[in-house]
Design a protein around this ligand. Sequence first.
Ligand SMILES: Nc1ncnc2c1ncn2[C@@H]1O[C@H](COP(=O)(O)OP(=O)(O)O)[C@@H](O)[C@H]1O
Ligand SMILES: [Mg+2]
Length: 357
Amino acid sequence: MSNRLIDLIGINKSFDNTMVLDDLNLYIRENEFLTLLGPSGCGKTTTLRIIGGFETPDSGKVLFNGEDITSLPPNKRQLNTVFQKYALFPHMNIAENIAFGLKIKNKSKSYIDDKIKYALKLVNLDGYEKRMPNQLSGGQQQRIAIARAIVNEPKLLLLDEPLGALDLKLRQDMQYELIRLKNELGITFIYVTHDQEEALTMSDTIVVMNQGYIQQIGTPESIYNEPENAFVADFIGDSNIIDSVMLHDKLVSFLGKKWDCVDTGFGENKPVDVVIRPEDVVLKEEGAGTLDGVVSHLIFKGVHYEMEVMAGGFEWLVHSTSMFPVGTKVSISVDPFNIQIMNKPESEDEEAVHIEE
Ligand SMILES: Nc1ncnc2c1ncn2[C@@H]1O[C@H](COP(=O)(O)OP(=O)(O)O)[C@@H](O)[C@H]1O
Ligand SMILES: [Mg+2]
């Protein structure tokens, strides 16, 4: 990928003596769809507001194309922000809402009319010019808010949980819409969400945050398949996270058994966490796998069965297309490749590194 558009360098921010961002370092490339993902209160919105210019860091710098914009006000930055609440002007029709920013910039009427048409087409709302905001559904209003941001031709679009108020079906439609927009417009998106599925669906890059610290930066695939610590593994999906000891390269011990794995370089007899995804737990006949247990819970989920298996004193979460009734004696087997070894978190400020391509 290309140039860095935004650099956040050593950003610190406290509110009322509470540290919200602690030495945050991050960059965003041109044309990247980057998502800040983390639980409520971890500092996502604060990070976005600092990029947008609505908040000033206590220390650290924000660069735009290499230029220091830390003290530049929002309207002087080449970006637009879409917030969770669409906040259209209720007394203006859709065309007037979209035109608002362009009128301030004294653009000509024909330029503005063209832009409105173009933006409405992009968000699949052609012909809505004369409607009033209260005649539109929540999803439509949010699309107008996005159209309003796009007509300003920002280099960068900041989106803070813009789909948070929508119901599930609409949210999924809008996710596809946003991906399409990003591809058609070729602008950079910084997206904030606490919804891991949304992040996995839309992003080129995900930044997982917790308590003001970056936990991991990577592609959706790498975050899902190779979480760097138990927080990321737990946050990014259902997982079996098991207290373990790495005996030596390619052999790990947990729940009283030795398991082959593929990881090396952790040293010998080193305490680690093991992550095993529920879909990677294979249930076999009693005695045929590595660890015997009993099915304690079963739910049909549509595509697969979700089961809990008590084995080795641990309640395993298992997803399988085969059904094992509650009470069935089974044996757990895991492909060495699907046993993910993680260092125990030493502290919360473990540095995450943005992998260069
Ligand atoms: N203006 C503010 N004044 C005081 N505390 C704030 C302010 N903005 C955010 N905070 C606090 O900073 C922390 C991070 O908030 P925020 O960035 O909004 O998190 P997120 O968007 O990840 O939910 C929270 O504990 C929040 O209460
Ligand atoms: Mg927030």
